[in-house]
Design a protein around this ligand. Structure first.
Ligand SMILES: Cc1ncc(C[n+]2csc(CCOP(=O)(O)OP(=O)(O)O)c2C)c(N)n1
Ligand SMILES: [Mg+2]
Length: 320
């Protein structure tokens, strides 16, 4: 059972993710954005619920819709907006105005590798380093539904299974990979079934229920930590906007979106917290207000920050 404080923490991280996302989208629409903008809307319960199950010494590899995991691990909104606006003080030093490449090993965050699926073997390597060093630590990797159709996903799953790696893989099944719906790229309905082929547990969870995501992630992390091997978790949700902000997503049936809108993870958790007597509408509004202040501060800070010095353009380039 989660405590009142834990529930409020989960809500805070989801509200911060949602507020950040809405402001990020608005910024881009106002022409103040610089690079790619991938909305997180609908994914808040997955990134927050799963990352909440990790201990500080664990390592996580989020994808482009896992802002909640970055925030929860301690990456500040100021640094992330600095990155989105290509500022010198952004995570990648203005190299990638995106949610890509935002790694910080001090926070035990592996930056998202743009080549889909390639964070999987990297995460497996991290997990195996824990085994070799005899450390009771766990690696967690996030991946999209589309990415599970790439060969590297399957090779990693097989190796992780055979090596009994302390790896937890979270598949965010948001029904689409860019404009391709699930049924046009795989015959299985439940991606968790792909785990059967590799002899590891495959678990399905409601990706719009933060406590449910946390519960399955917590069990998988606990099992991995004591040598129980990897788990594949399929969290079902819906991508509520386009692939990226430039995409009008006309190809997504509006009825489908309306259906999922009813299951909005943030709104649902607000209702649950009210029913449980954890927080009333006023207290929740106060938390959202705190998030708003934090995000607006981050945007102002990033916009006032310098772009990278052109003299540093070759920094970090190892071959040319
Ligand atoms: C190897 C590779 N192929 C194609 C792309 C281009 N691409 C970026 S995101 C994306 C769709 C990913 O879909 P999914 O895995 O379901 O994640 P989602 O964006 O839905 O969260 C594609 C095709 C890429 N980045 N890497
Ligand atoms: Mg997808």
């Amino acid at each position: 059972m989660l405590t009142v404080d834990q529930r409020l923490e989960l809500y805070y991280w989801m509200a911060l993710t949602r507020t950040f996302d809405e402001q990020m989208v608005a910024l881009w629409k106002q022409g103040r954005g610089v690079g790619g903008t991938f909305s997180q809307r609908g994914h808040e319960a997955i990134s927050v619920g799963a990352a909440y199950a990790l201990a500080p010494e664990d390592v996580v590899a989020p994808m482009h819709r896992d802002l909640g995991a970055y925030l929860l691990r301690g990456m500040t909104p100021r640094r992330i907006f600095g990155n989105l606006l290509a500022r010198a003080n952004g995570v990648s030093g203005g190299r990638d105005a995106n949610l890509h490449g935002m790694g910080d090993l001090d926070l035990r965050l592996i930056g998202f590798i743009s080549h889909l699926g390639h964070a999987m073997p990297v995460s497996l390597g991290v997990a195996m380093s824990f085994v070799y060093r005899n450390e009771p630590r766990v690696a967690m990797a996030f991946t999209g539904d589309g990415t599970t159709s790439a060969g590297i996903f399957h090779e990693t799953l097989n190796m992780a299974a055979v090596w009994n790696a302390p790896l937890v893989m979270i598949v965010e099944n948001n029904q689409y990979a860019y404009s391709t719906p699930l049924d046009q790229q795989m015959k299985v309905h439940d991606i968790a079934r792909r785990a059967d082929g590799y002899g590891i547990p495959g678990v399905i969870v409601d990706g719009n229920d933060v406590e449910a995501v946390y519960a399955v992630a917590r069990d998988a992390v606990a099992r991995a930590r004591v040598g129980g091997g990897p788990t594949l978790i399929e969290a079902k949700t819906m991508r509520m906007l386009g692939h990226a902000i430039h995409d009008g997503f006309e190809y997504v049936p509006r009825e489908l979106l309306a259906e999922w809108e009813q299951k909005d993870p943030v709104v649902r958790y607000e209702a649950k917290l009210g029913e449980l007597g954890v927080a009333d509408a006023e207290e929740l509004a106060e938390i959202r207000q705190r998030c708003e202040v934090e995000v607006v501060d981050a945007i102002e800070f990033a916009e006032a920050s310098a772009l990278p010095d052109p003299a540093t353009v070759a920094d970090g380039v190892y071959a040319s």
